[in-house]
Ligand binder design. Structure first.
Ligand code: GLV
Ligand code: MN
Ligand code: MN
Length: 418
């Protein structure tokens, strides 16, 4: 097993930070980080990642969903990945650091000329945030062989469908099945990611081993009212779609608060039409993001919310359409992968805290293909999905060293079918 000196860990950290900063410069907007799936910025980031993979000695290819793959030969494959798309006004570590950690770890074995008893694929996915199309995890779902072709019809805010966006990116939707790994080919999927929450910082630990990734349900609710003059229509005669949506939003907040932390519910996006200050809103779409570890608690809240919102719409004489655009189950991390990650962390003199993930990750799709595991890195203030996101170079370096230690310990045969 490699034992790393302080300066080697610092070197990993400095290189990782420089690469994170380089990717953060690739944005659709000059003053904030926005890098959407299949956008010109996704293309540039993918090219940068491919160049780093080649420099690291990996064979590079790109699949039908635009996932960049850096390969080290071997029959059974250990998949290491994360995503290079971002939310709107993003931090720079969420996603890119996991890809970079994979590249630096793979490079370590190339440079040391150490042949492993398995191959490695470093994967840079393009659709983990779901910031462009209503569904998410398209890239990892394709790798896992569970891509839903009906999602090709989903449109972004400009009416461009996923099928059209793929074609504009130079891909053919017909080739999506070729992105899938063969069953048995992938031994495991492992991802390094910033925690995006405060647990590690609160416990003064740089690294943590993830036990499970929380499940999520997305409900799109469209309220249909009637446009009218803001000055002339009496209050009791209005069919105000936005007032109905606002009541629904507060109901979601109330129901989630009543679960006392078991379920969280968020409305982060609302589209109001026609969207003029002096016109009664006629059409409003809100998207509820509902998350919880226990599946039953999430389903119960979603059912209560739907029933309550139907009552609100009836009372306000509004049309209502509810569609579920995303349903991702709570996903456990494989116990053997957890233990191997914990051993690798402990070998660095760090206490391997175990914790759940409240954020969604590509591992939720990859778990349909093979056992998964995740390593978390402390981030300042637990802040994420925010340009203030920060992880120290020291912690990044420790995470790269731990990933290398995990790869050294990894035994595909230890992962029996779950
Ligand atoms: C992605 O970061 C998500 O959890 O929505
Ligand atoms: Mn992420
Ligand atoms: Mn994210």
């Amino acid at each position: 097993m490699a034992a790393f000196s302080e300066s080697e860990i610092d070197d990993f950290g400095a290189r990782a930070e420089a690469m994170v900063n380089a990717l953060a410069k690739i944005s659709a907007e000059p003053n904030r980080l926005v890098r959407l799936f299949l956008s010109p910025e996704h293309r540039r980031a993918a090219d940068q990642v491919a160049a780093w993979m080649r420099d690291a000695g990996l064979d590079v290819s790109e699949d039908a969903l635009g996932t960049v793959r850096g390969r080290l030969d071997g029959e059974k494959r250990l998949l290491i990945g994360s995503h290079i798309d971002t939310v709107i006004d993003a931090g720079k570590y969420d996603g890119p650091f996991g890809v970079i950690a994979g590249i630096l770890a793979a490079e370590h074995f190339v440079r040391a000329k150490r042949r492993l008893p398995f191959g490695i694929d470093v994967l840079a996915f393009g659709d983990e945030e779901g910031s462009r199309f209503p569904a998410t995890l398209a890239s990892s779902s394709a790798c896992a062989g569970v891509f839903r072709s009906e999602n090709l019809r989903l449109a972004d805010r400009n009416g461009v469908t996923l099928a059209d966006a793929l074609q504009a990116y130079g891909k053919s939707p017909d080739e999506i099945p070729t992105a899938a790994y063969q069953r048995g080919e992938a031994a495991a999927y492992v991802e390094v990611h910033i925690e995006q929450g405060p647990v590690l910082e609160t416990r003064s630990q740089p690294l943590g081993v993830v036990t499970a990734i929380i499940g999520q349900t997305y409900l799109n609710m469209e309220f249909l009212g009637e446009a009218g003059h803001a000055g002339t229509v009496p209050m009791l005669l209005r069919r105000d779609a936005l007032a109905g949506a606002a009541e629904a939003m507060l109901l979601g907040e109330k129901l989630a608060r009543e679960t006392k932390g078991e379920v969280v519910a968020t409305v982060g996006r609302m589209a109001v039409a026609p969207g003029a200050a002096n016109v009664i809103p006629a059409n409003v779409v809100v998207v509820f993001d509902i998350r919880s570890g226990p599946e039953a608690a999430r389903a119960k809240l979603a059912d209560a919310l739907k029933a309550g919102v139907r009552e609100i719409a009836d009372r306000r004489h509004l049309g209502l359409t509810i569609t579920s655009t995303r349903e991702v189950g709570t996903t456990p991390c494989h116990p053997h992968i957890q233990d191997a990650l914990a051993d690798a962390v402990r070998a660095l003199g760090v206490e391997p805290l175990r914790l759940g993930s409240g954020a969604g990750h590509d591992g939720q799709a990859m778990a349909k293909l093979c056992p998964i595991g995740m390593l978390f890195v402390r981030c300042r203030g637990g802040i994420s999905h925010n340009p203030m996101e920060y992880a120290s170079p020291r912690d990044l370096g420790l995470a790269v060293a731990a990933l290398i230690g995990f790869i050294e310990r990894f035994e595909p045969a230890s992962l029996t079918a779950r």
